[in-house]
Design a protein around this ligand. Sequence first.
Ligand SMILES: CC(C)(COP(=O)(O)OP(=O)(O)OC[C@H]1O[C@@H](n2cnc3c(N)ncnc32)[C@H](O)[C@@H]1OP(=O)(O)O)[C@@H](O)C(=O)NCCC(=O)NCCS
Length: 108
Amino acid sequence: MAGHCWIATGVDDQALLLGYGILNHSFFEQNSIALVVVKENVRRRGVATALIKALEAQCCGSKVFTSTNASNMPVRGLLDRLGYIESGRIENLEVGDSELVFVKLIAS
Ligand SMILES: CC(C)(COP(=O)(O)OP(=O)(O)OC[C@H]1O[C@@H](n2cnc3c(N)ncnc32)[C@H](O)[C@@H]1OP(=O)(O)O)[C@@H](O)C(=O)NCCC(=O)NCCS
């Protein structure tokens, strides 16, 4: 199924790539944020927050899922701040590091 990639660029320089986020339906055919990555030297400036909000705005339906390794505290902090709640856990994808599933219920 087709996915969509959103790119964050510099305000004054649109050729400057700051980060990207991917939204698709790969998770049980649900809205799914598959990946968000922000360039290291521009982190903690709201780029991921802006990307995720842009992805959420593209979603049809009332919820969006994402997941991350339990060890990925930056993503867990980000998701908590954006109102995502835990929605399950998958073991055995990586040794000793569970995959945590999160969902955000989008107001209609
Ligand atoms: C996780 C990541 C996308 C965050 O991007 P970002 O642009 O720095 O995030 P934001 O600036 O929007 O952060 C918003 C909030 O998330 C939380 N957060 C972000 N990075 C954090 C960190 N390193 N530690 C703890 N909390 C963090 C904070 O609450 C932060 O708000 P604050 O800066 O006011 O405290 C970025 O660190 C990254 O690209 N990491 C590597 C790739 C990755 O692991 N992607 C996820 C795989 S799916």
